[in-house]
Ligand binder design. Sequence first.
Ligand SMILES: [Mn+2]
Length: 365
Amino acid sequence: MAFEPVRNVITIETRGCAASSRTRWVPGSFPPGDRRWQTAPVTDPFASARHHSFASRAPFAGVPGRPVDDLGDAGVVIVGAPFDWGTSHRPGARFGPRAIRAADYLSFDGARPHLPTGIDPLQVLRVVDAGDVDVVPGYVEDSLERIAAAVEAVARAGAVPVVLGGDHTVTFPNATGVARVHGFGDVALVHFDAHADTAPDQSGRLHGHSTPMRRLIESGAVPGHRFVQIGLRGYWPEPAVVEWMRGQGMRWYFMSEIEERGLRAVVDEAVALAAEGAAGVFVSVDIDVVDPGMAPGTGTPEPGGLTSRQLLDTVRRLGRELRVVGADVVEVSPPYDGPGEITAFLANRVVLELLNGMAERAVGV
Ligand SMILES: [Mn+2]
């Protein structure tokens, strides 16, 4: 064995936070239940911040904090996945969950009545925040397993997980966790991105932010014909990969097609495709779908994207028109953000607008 940790800090301090079921007691350390290293209530969902300086310290919009193993009657659960060791270019998305939660000028009171509708999605959907998954920096597969376990626990409790990334690698465990509950192969995935994220491998390895959609298709969690991708552009992936995507029955809308046909017509079609025969829909928003002029704080910026207004309206519409069973907002990299935290503010509103659409659906407006 290469090394043996002498203290059991992680196991004790994270009990009750997002992925505690995956932590294990290490022989030679303090035994389970030993409270010597415990300085916070075991149910604190933000305990992860005690040993990860990049983890979140406070809940989204001031909603109640609840650990994933004690969610009560929550309808939607915010979960942070501060993971960026799957990036191919600029890192920093590990700071995303904290930045998205912090980018907010309103009261920290768990209330967000929407101006156009008067509906408060945080109340209607009984939104709580489970803090950040206790990831393992540098260890890709351990971290992805913990994220999948946390998301699965939320879905199994009957709630909708909304995951704050993190680089896009996390959509593999996110959608897998949801599919474990709602049915492998039965969940559709609406994917906003400049990139298809369907590479066969990244640097010869299975997991990275260029491969999650490929892994989901190959594992059967989300089959190709249940994919709808919106906003693709630029110079990646290569034609052979696009050919593979076509063979899987994936559907995608390039920015050029959106410009030509108009966003409304494209989303009409996307909604119909995603709804067809699916038990529910997972909405994955890579913030780089938006033009880097409005969302510069991201790992692989690609000019010529959607406007923030277009993305906000579209996610709200999806929440209203589809049965959303899970979602994530990923690739916010605060170290590269522009003046005024514009990317983090946008991501915060993407979450709220999606929730608004879901709340409108729930109350039937
Ligand atoms: Mn992506």
